[in-house]
Write a protein that binds this ligand. Structure first.
Ligand code: NAI
Length: 389
């Protein structure tokens, strides 16, 4: 693709405004479309505020900030997107609403313009199937906040023309991102591989092995993760986190590895959604003391190891099923959700044999398929090989 493109971004919400900023920073002309004038005004003032802050901190000159902002125009009319070479859709996560939008978009765009979706959970292949030209459709999955997190999952659907994935990988690198190529499978890379971070943590809580604060402490202080699972679920919102788990579980035909938990469902039913509702796994009222973890290192190392080994197993299985290369899986978890290390590199550090033994022990103890070891992890351990050789 050329260096200077005209880029459309549809949806001026959390993701759309961030993607618009990234594209404008890369030097492209950007049109942001939303159905409401208020949303567009809010997005423009938000983007202006971000640039003001960057100028105040000396990260960009006033002149460059103004040039960047001048590259962004807003509109409520799909017709204004007709000059776009690439349009990235970031509207509500609803397959029918997205399909209706793509139909009107195709009526104004050139037939070779690329249409991308930022969907987190819908099948790219299924979305493309509604298009007149499905070969120009692709997933470009940015992470929140889009200007700060380096990962973009690039997901060609089944119908994508040859080379489209590679072209988007090049373009995303030009946008300053660290993209990872992913097969169109439920959860792509990150939302699939990260499931045990939440699921296994809740499982230990439900079993009474430790409380939320202790599990969070083990993952942050002993494991080096930026946030513990319960703090993170409260930040994301238990409603959203539960919906992602449920959608991945359903899409995998109810594989027990991804099974949602009763405890999180109860939180959602109670309206305990997390920070945004004042209560989730934790309470956020003024003056409520932070719960104290049980800082028992032995217990902590159990906790950390159990979640880590399940994450490693999931990462290995994603490679086994050809969802992405080992390099891209590790890059994705570091660049999209800030994991302190790539999971497969971590597995090599601790020893693949040890991972297999733990999984086998848990499978036999619980008698559940949830703990089955990935064939790739088992075979690499048996061969004495790692994932990158
Ligand atoms: P949001 O609710 O913040 O923004 C959506 C925007 O789309 C709103 O401004 C709304 O007015 C607009 N909109 C809705 N229907 C429209 C239509 N038919 N035509 C034009 N504009 C329309 O949503 P958010 O969080 O930005 O999510 C957007 C997409 O990005 C979803 O597909 C979501 O799954 C995905 N995503 C969200 C992430 C997040 O952390 N919020 C992360 C990665 C992907």
């Amino acid at each position: 693709m050329e260096d200077h493109l005209t880029v459309g971004v549809i949806g001026a919400g959390t993701m759309g405004r961030g993607i618009a900023q990234v594209a404008a920073t890369a030097g492209h002309r950007v049109f942001v479309l939303d159905r409401g004038r208020d949303e567009l005004d809010n997005a423009l003032s938000f983007l202006g505020h971000i640039q003001d802050r960057a100028v105040a901190k000396g990260r960009i000159s006033r002149e460059d900030a103004d040039t960047l902002l001048r590259r962004i125009s807003v509109t409520t009319e799909v017709g204004d997107l007709s000059p776009c070479d690439l349009v990235v859709e970031a509207i509500v996560e609803d397959v029918n609403i997205k399909r209706t939008l793509f139909a009107s978009l195709e009526s104004v765009l050139a037939s070779d313009a690329v249409i991308a979706s930022n969907t987190s959970s819908l099948s790219i292949t299924a979305l493309a199937a509604g298009l007149k030209h499905p070969e120009r459709f692709i997933g470009l999955h940015f992470f929140n906040p889009a200007p700060l997190l380096p990962l973009v999952e690039v997901i060609p659907g089944l119908q994508a023309r040859n080379g489209l994935g590679d072209e988007m990988m090049v373009l995303m690198r030009q946008w300053g991102k660290r993209p990872a190529l992913a097969k169109d499978t439920p959860g792509f890379i990150v939302n699939r591989v990260a499931r045990p971070f939440y699921g296994e943590a809740i499982r230990m809580l439900e079993e009474g092995l430790a409380d939320e604060a202790t599990i969070d402490w083990a993952m942050t202080d002993l494991g080096g993760f930026r946030m513990g699972p319960f703090t993170l679920m409260d930040l994301i919102g238990n409603d959203i986190n539960y919906a992602v788990t449920e959608s991945v579980w359903t899409a995998f035909h109810f594989d027990s590895r991804y099974q949602p938990s009763f405890a999180q469902k109860r939180n959602v039913d109670a309206g305990w959604l997390g920070k945004k509702s004042g209560r989730g796994w934790y309470s956020y009222g003024e003056g409520v003391p932070a719960p104290k973890p049980r800082m028992d290192k032995d217990l902590g190392q159990d906790i950390l190891w159990r979640i880590l080994v399940m994450l490693i197993n999931e990462a290995a299985d994603a490679v086994f099923w050809g969802v992405a290369s080992a390099e891209d899986v590790d890059r994705a978890m570091q660049g999209g959700v800030n994991y302190p290390k790539g999971l497969l590199a971590w597995a090599e550090e601790v020893g693949l044999d040890r991972c297999v033994e733990t999984l086998d022990r848990m499978r036999s103890h619980y008698g559940e398929d949830r703990y089955r070891c990935s064939p790739l992890l088992r075979s690499r351990a048996a061969e004495g090989r790692g994932f990158f050789s």
